[in-house]
Design a protein around this ligand. Structure first.
Ligand SMILES: *Cc1c(COP(=O)(O)O)cnc(C)c1O
Length: 403
């Protein structure tokens, strides 16, 4: 069934025509354009070191390679939440390391801390890093995780802030709370340069190790830049709700599909992408305000109506990328997704399954069951909070939820 007409994406970071012009300007002196954004990011995040790469997963892979080079030969495992983006285990594999999954707490979407403690005590000496993940923007308890890691050899706390650029916890900016942190600049994240990733760290040793890896990367190729230019034009046109039905109707674009693929490129960001980010600070501020407002409206709605068979995270105003809702009843969930689809309301599933059930990984690794993560992947539906959501669309979704 194909929908023609205004259709909301589940999440969207807009690219404007003026960004594309700035991108083209960035091409004139690529090195300078990249340096400019990098130094603005360092300033903003009060972070002494910053690296910009071709994607969030590339940023994570490089980070893992760097800390792996600093650690002992036995330290080869990376602890990740069992409910997260499939790119995360892909990056671990790409870095030549081993995935260890930890179940989650559905009330916070953070680690199940009992399970995390068990993992850390049973695998002493083998754990290289723990990925503290701000899922959808809900804060991960970085300090509590750090408290569990005070052992020798050093375990690195990597902050996966892919979905939390612009968010902060007790006035401390997400992305700067771990030993090293990263953001994603993909199209469904906070701000976008088609695809990209940012690494931040204040640790001079980690920075030096990343720098070594970074210098081995080849310079951006012209053909790749041309591809990105075409893609940015496509996103400029088609990410807008008025036209989003079109790319969504093309199955080969695989929009909204989650695939596990450790075979990806790791590149430096190019001048065009750096140029696309020229106005990043204002854009981040603007989209954050819009999303905060929408999140608050969803929270008010749920607190007021307590719709049957639905649960949500009853928190304060958070800067989320999508608003997650657990729909326990299979019939109601299917109905909601179908109605959302036919009416183009941006209601969507999150990840198809927990990480321990990814078939390609299950073959390689003997994973424990992560019941809460699997259940969350199965039951979770997300509501859109991005800048394009109109009041009448929110009302339509609310009607569907109360049905
Ligand atoms: C998107 C995402 C990533 C990977 O970022 P890409 O830029 O898509 O490679 C990593 N972790 C989380 C939690 C994400 O949402």
């Amino acid at each position: 069934m194909m929908r023609i007409g205004r259709t909301l994406p589940p999440a969207a970071a807009p690219i404007y025509l003026r960004d594309i012009f700035s991108g083209i300007k960035g091409l004139v002196n690529s090195k300078k354009a990249v340096l400019k954004i990098t130094s603005e990011l360092k300033d903003h995040f009060q972070s002494s070191h910053c690296f910009m790469l071709s994607s969030g997963k590339a940023a994570l892979t490089l980070t893992l390679k760097a800390v792996s080079a600093m650690a002992g030969n036995e330290q080869i495992e990376v602890v990740i939440p069992a409910f997260t983006c499939y790119s995360v285990p892909a990056a671990v594999i790409k870095a030549g390391l081993k995935v260890r999954v930890c179940d989650i707490d559905p009330h916070t979407l953070d680690f199940d801390f009992e399970h995390l403690e068990q993992i850390l005590s049973e695998n002493k000496g083998r754990i290289l890093a723990v990925l503290s993940t701000h899922m959808f923007g809900y804060p991960s308890d970085v300090d509590r995780i750090r408290g569990l890691m005070k052992s020798k050899p050093r375990i690195y706390l990597i902050e996966d802030a892919a979905q939390a650029m612009g968010a902060s916890i007790n006035s401390r900016k997400c992305g700067t709370l771990g030993d090293v942190g990263f953001f994603s600049l993909g199209r469904g994240k906070s701000i976008s340069c088609v695809e990209g990733g940012i690494i931040l760290t204040r640790d001079p040793q980690i920075a030096k190790a990343i720098d070594t890896e970074y210098h081995h990367l080849s310079e951006p190729e012209a053909a790749e830049t041309v591809k990105l230019m075409i893609y940015s034009a496509i996103l400029w046109i088609f990410m807008r709700p008025l036209f989003f039905w079109f790319p969504k109707s093309l199955p080969f674009l695989k929009l909204g599909e989650t695939v596990f693929d450790p075979d990806f490129e790791i590149r430096k960001i190019c001048g065009f992408q750096a140029g696309l980010l020229t106005n990043w600070k204002n854009k981040l501020l603007q989209v954050s305000q819009d999303r905060k407002k929408n999140v608050m409206l969803w929270q008010r709605f749920f607190e007021k109506y307590h719709p049957d068979n639905l649960s949500w995270i009853n928190g304060n105003e958070d800067l989320l990328i999508r608003f997650p809702v657990w729909v326990k009843d299979d019939g109601k969930r299917e109905q909601l997704l179908l109605a959302g689809e036919t009416q183009g309301l941006g209601i969507s599933r999150s990840y198809p399954d927990s990480i321990n059930h990814i078939p390609e990984l299950e073959k390689l690794i003997d994973f424990p069951e992560c019941v809460k993560a699997s259940e969350t992947a199965y039951q979770l539906v997300t509501l859109p909070v991005h800048s394009f959501v109109l009041q009448k669309e929110r009302h339509k979704i609310q009607e569907l939820l109360l049905n």
